[in-house]
Design a protein around this ligand. Sequence first.
Ligand code: SAM
Length: 249
Amino acid sequence: MRIEVLTLFPEIFSSPLEHSILGKALQKGLLNVNVRNIRDYAFDKHRQVDDRPFGGGSGMLMKPEPLAAAIDAVRGEVPGIRVILLTPQGTLFDQAKAGELASLESMALICGRYEGVDERIRKHWVDEELSIGDYVLSGGEFAALVVIDVIARLLPGVLGDKESCVEESFSDGLLEYPQYTRPRNFKGYEVPEILLSGNHEAIRKWRRREALKRTLERRPDLLDFSVLSHEEKKFIEELKSGKRVAGSN
Ligand code: SAM
């Protein structure tokens, strides 16, 4: 996958793209991230990228000319690229959206700054708008890094153990089950017996039920969109009605 990033602060990307999973994905060539400075596309004498909003009001806006020139250049070099504007007003970015984007060959992420971008860019130069949550960041760079990180995990070959992405929270619409590692007894707190049993089928069932319980406790909204068997639906109903106590199997 090729990702083009358009930003006024390219330096923000260097460290996060160098380390750990992202760093390895880039080194292996499974992901190619090209960061461009929008200022390089400002062709006036002062290379100005912002201006005051018409009609007054606080703050500055990103001018349309450099942004449009940068996007046009990217589209010229990467035909068919999906151009995405990061904005708190966009569609909420979630695991399902990440899965959809991970199947693309290329995408451009536009990072806003100041009070955002001129409306004409939003309307006529971008294909899609994405928000990473209902809060306002000072710029789109951290949002772009979130999107890149989440998508990279889904690209074939990026995660060493394929399972670690398949069984994660949200991958099947549920939160992940509780996990434990050594020691068995940590300051008097024991690991659940079943995880030491060696009975893989019993462990699989326990994990699935724990995931259901956890999702019901913390994010019941997710259950409306999860694919559940008849037995699992019954289990949820029992937990809700108190016939089954959370924590029991
Ligand atoms: N005035 C804008 C508004 O109220 O919608 C907010 C501008 S914000 C200070 C500056 C830039 O940060 C935005 O143009 C966008 O690129 C980025 N940004 C802020 N919050 C974001 C979010 N939740 N998701 C994605 N990008 C965000």
